[in-house]
Design a protein around this ligand. Structure first.
Ligand SMILES: *Cc1c(COP(=O)(O)O)cnc(C)c1O
Length: 377
């Protein structure tokens, strides 16, 4: 079967070139007669891979010297707890900006660990369809927490909140390396790899060294594996790292570099997102519309509804809406455009157009949308 255009929110499409390289090296990596997934993580063949991956993260994200780059496991969701256990140790108090599911889950996890959580601002009033403006955050907080790109709601910060001396923590799972980002403005950044960097299995953490406590200084009961120091002191090799995923990650980083680095990705992503939003904002008869407000729109995740999503809750309207959405997703898949079903909290459809998605893919989607609108108006 021909390759499809994959709009999945995660795990998501990877650059075809990278997949081909992995395939070519599957049975014999670099003359070792083994696959990378079979070799010891402490072998001569493997060590340069993880070292290069770290070097590439530093280079592409311009990571300052006084930050550690860690590869850990447990996904973005484990970071919700790790952040609280490692950073919430002084006043046991943190500020959270609530912009949707992922920010809420992070706050709930901190609360569970005994952190006094202040939700200082929320965009709940409009179903998280925008990023609230935060002036300067002050207070005796151990950290301020934001979700920089909201994968489900399709929103993204167009500014970095000013937090003075309070470390700013950001979940960048779904926008990592999609644009340049000034790492020095943050105390800690983390990203599950399966959206923009690699297959699932590794989480990138970038943390300012002075914020990493001794394991004993973490919240009481913090397991060894959940102390950043454990990983920082051992070059992310305290235990077996997700070796193969890191190998693919390294290849993706080289692909990003070849395509202009973070600036190149921004240009590529803006082009794709503008093409899609432009259609959503200007399509004939308003058959489709974007769910997010201008000024808060994600370049990565684009949720959209049809005119049949009226908000009416009577049985007939709900059934009609479901029928159209199901039909769209099914017919799109048959046309080679897959994983477009929206998240249940937003409804409709969602096109995730991460780094690896091509402009051709987005154009094919818009062509399909035009035909579908014509046939179902
Ligand atoms: C997907 C996602 C997560 C959860 O990641 P897991 O690796 O599945 O735990 C957290 N935050 C954001 C913004 C995400 O998109």
């Amino acid at each position: 079967m021909a390759r499809v255009y994959n709009f999945s929110a995660g795990p998501s499409c990877l650059p075809e070139e990278v997949l081909k390289e992995c395939a070519a090296e599957m049975l014999d990596y670099n003359g070792t007669g083994q696959s990378v997934m079979e070799m010891s993580h402490r072998s001569k063949a493997y060590e340069p891979i993880i070292e290069d991956a770290e070097k590439m993260v530093r280079k592409l994200m311009n990571v300052p010297e006084n930050y550690k780059v860690l590869f850990v496991q447990g996904g973005g969701s484990t970071q919700f707890a790790m952040v609280a256990q490692n950073l919430g140790i002084k006043n046991k108090k943190a500020a959270y900006i609530e912009t949707g599911v992922w920010a809420k889950k992070a706050a709930a996890e901190a609360k569970k660990l005994g952190i006094a959580v202040d939700v200082i601002v929320s965009s709940k009033d409009k179903n998280y369809s925008y990023i609230p403006k935060v002036e300067k955050v002050t207070g005796d907080y151990d950290y301020v927490y934001i979700c920089f790109n909201n994968t489900i709601m399709g929103t993204h910060y167009e500014y970095i909140p000013e937090t003075g001396d309070i470390p700013l923590v950001a979940d960048i799972s779904s926008c990592v390396l999609s644009e340049p980002l000034d790492v020095s403005k943050f105390g800690l950044l983390f990203a599950g790899a399966q959206k923009n960097l690699a297959p699932a299995g590794v989480t990138l953490v970038i943390v300012r060294e002075d914020l990493i406590p001794e394991p004993e200084a973490c919240l009481p009961g913090t397991p060894t594996m959940l102390a950043y120091k454990t990983h920082a002191d051992n070059g992310s090799m305290y235990n077996t790292p997700p070796c193969y995923t890191i190998y693919v990650l390294d290849k993706v980083l080289h692909w990003i570099e070849k395509n202009g680095g973070a600036e190149g990705m921004l240009k590529r992503n803006q082009e794709k997102a503008e093409y899609l939003y432009n259609y959503l904002d200007n399509n004939e008869g308003n058959f489709y519309h974007a769910t997010t407000e201008k000024g808060s729109r994600s370049l990565m995740n684009v949720p959209f509804l049809t005119k049949y999503s009226t908000g009416a809750t009577d049985e007939a309207s709900v059934a009609k809406e479901k029928e159209i959405n199901d039909k769209f997703v099914k017919e799109a898949a048959a046309a080679g455009l897959v994983n477009l079903k929206g998240h249940r909290l937003v409804g409709g459809m969602r096109a995730s157009i991460y780094n690896a998605m091509t402009l051709d893919g987005v154009k094919a989607l818009v062509e399909f949308m035009k035909k579908f609108a014509e046939a179902n108006k």
